[in-house]
Design a protein around this ligand. Structure first.
Ligand code: FAD
Length: 298
């Protein structure tokens, strides 16, 4: 159907968006301090939840757990722990999930994961083969809130867009509450995907994953692996700014703000941000969306 091109009002009549922020678990003391400064900076924006990733093949199992447990203990935030099933038996995955539950974590982002170092995916012989099986297994353990991944431009290994949509439906039918998308750079990409989901009878929230990009070369490299198309105009915007990090960051805010405002104009009121443990771009973009810091308690 026709899309709105006018941007929504800024007079405060727009409902505040529902936000979530994604972090990765720190590997060093310095990165730990960076993460916690980031969490503290974003906390006043009162996100619905913050999520902590699970390193390739479960390589960050302890660090993910330690980070979400500290979020439970020390902040007002609701954490979600990512969990993958690649390379692990069902028993091992179940133990991790039970430990999350025992630490007070009630929300899991359930993923298949990838083979560390690349290569064709093979299910573990005693494992959950796909994310849909993992979701069903988690629901047998406890009544977790569960988010799963969705791919507006199709998962790179999917047989077809339709097969990938059927897989998304299996994950939701198995008990997932929402999907969070892989990042994308054009509003149309997401809006067309939502149309296809609705046409297929999928009505669960499909929250757009937003990745503010200030390092174009890095984004090109990463996008090739995860199947996100990088439009030529993005390259033009960053051309000549290779040595000018400050301008790149300002451009990154404008690009992401345009994207989220256009989504907002089309009725999207939930956003998931890939923070890469750096708060400034995300804070500015969330503010532009209408999320204003809540005054500190006390
Ligand atoms: P699935 O939903 O299982 O799908 C994987 C592929 O298999 C798809 O192509 C699907 O179409 C196909 N498929 C599914 N079922 C079948 C079947 N029965 N037969 C044949 N094919 C099938 N990775 C991490 O390691 N740690 C993280 O913390 C992490 N967080 C992420 C967060 C988000 C929001 C997103 C979008 C991705 C994240 N990833 C993470 C990456 C993810 O692990 C990879 O994209 C992975 O390749 C697919 O995971 P999935 O859960 O989408 O898999």
């Amino acid at each position: 159907g026709p899309r709105f091109s006018a941007l929504p009002a800024r007079d405060g009549s727009q409902p505040a968006p529902a936000l979530s922020f994604e972090f990765f678990p720190p590997r060093t003391e310095a990165l730990e301090q960076q993460l916690w400064a980031c969490i503290r900076r974003l906390e006043p924006l009162a996100p619905r939840f913050v999520s902590v990733t699970y390193g390739a093949g479960g390589s960050t199992q302890e660090r993910t757990h330690a980070t979400v447990a500290r979020i439970v203990r020390e902040t007002s935030l609701t954490p979600a722990a990512h969990l993958t099933c690649v390379g692990a038996s069902r028993g091992e995955v179940d133990d991790v999930a039970r430990a999350y539950w025992d630490a007070g974590i009630r929300h899991i982002v359930a993923l298949r994961g990838d083979v560390p170092g690349g290569g064709a995916y093979q299910p573990h012989p005693q494992g959950y083969a796909y994310a849909a099986d993992l979701v069903a297994g988690l629901k047998r353990i406890a009544d977790f809130e569960i988010s799963v991944a969705a791919y507006p431009e199709m998962h790179p290994a999917a047989a077809s867009p339709q097969a990938d949509l059927d897989n998304l439906r299996r994950k939701l039918d198995a008990g997932a509450n929402r999907a969070i998308t892989q990042y994308f750079f054009e509003a149309e990409t997401y809006l067309r995907f939502i149309d296809r989901c609705l046409a297929a009878g999928i009505t669960a929230p499909i929250v757009p994953g937003i990745m503010p990009v200030s390092n174009f070369a890095q984004a090109v490299k990463f996008s090739a692996m995860c199947g996100a198309r990088v439009p030529a105009w993005l390259g033009h915007l960053f051309a000549g700014l290779e040595e000018d990090a400050e301008t790149r960051r300002m451009v990154a805010v404008v690009v992401a703000a345009e994207l989220v405002r256009l989504l907002q104009a089309n009725g999207v009121d939930e956003f998931h941000f890939y923070t890469l443990n750096r708060p400034d771009l995300v804070y500015a973009i969330a503010h532009i969306l209408g999320a204003h810091a809540r005054p500190a308690a006390g």
